[in-house]
Design a protein around this ligand. Sequence first.
Ligand code: UTP
Length: 290
Amino acid sequence: MKITKAVIPAAGLGTRVLPATKSMPKEMFPIVDKPAIQYIVEEAVKVGITDILIITNRGKGIIADHFDRTPELEKALDKPEKQEMLETVKNISNLANVTFIRQIETKGLGHAILRAKNFVGNEPFAVMYGDDVIIGEDPAIGQLIRAYGEFGKGVVGVKLMPEEEMHKYGSLKVENIHHNVFKCTDMVEKPATKEEILSCYSILGRCVLPPEIFDVLENTQPGKNGEIQLTDAMREIATTVGMTAVEYTGTRYDMGNKLGLLQASIEVGLEHPEIKDGLKEYLKNLVKNL
Ligand code: UTP
């Protein structure tokens, strides 16, 4: 079955990057010259996703503005020497059918995803966390969609994380099927002790979920941090029908984390045709004095 819908939860409070996120959504932090969320929408579009629901909250109207037309700006750019930038600006609003819904209260990622029930209907859909930018040749969400096609089960995108950091992530019980693809039969959100860690494979930024997740979410009680956790709902599916985990290729940048957003700017900047030479020179001089 072709997956054409994606949900991007972007209603978190971004407390790890305060005070920047007091009035600016972290999803709008730029990586060189594009906001994080545009990289995510472009990743979705590359694999044939046509309909995208972005879950926002108060103060995040700027995200909707970014995907809207800007007649005054377009008029100002409509000059022979500015045609390329005019096209770039216009194309943003034509990338996909992007719609928005608000999560009225910040009650967790699971609660945010439940807002997408009517949008999704009765088909599998992609979930792309609004603060996780993944850069790579082969779009990460496409790798998950292929695994959905292969096994017909919900898929989580995973990476191996250091054991001492596992208390911040979801930990999965996995069994290798082939290459970077695993069977996932259990998971736990933010394991509090070493004994609770099922493995160092963590869910990072991308999932493909069956529509049954909504029935589960409707009955999911608040878990860690008093929030309705998506991991708790996925656990129900993993322990019954089972799920698939894909250790996707590509580099993930956590835009909700101070170091992550600096790494994103530097690494993407080093590949950017306009600034890579200048940035390389600057970094070389800088490291001499570190
Ligand atoms: P995070 O836990 O990384 O985001 O959620 P956060 O809550 O903003 O992080 P803190 O405050 O720095 O710890 C993962 C994704 O889920 C979204 C976030 O916007 C992020 O994209 N989210 C989280 C929601 O949409 N709603 C919520 O209630 C919680």
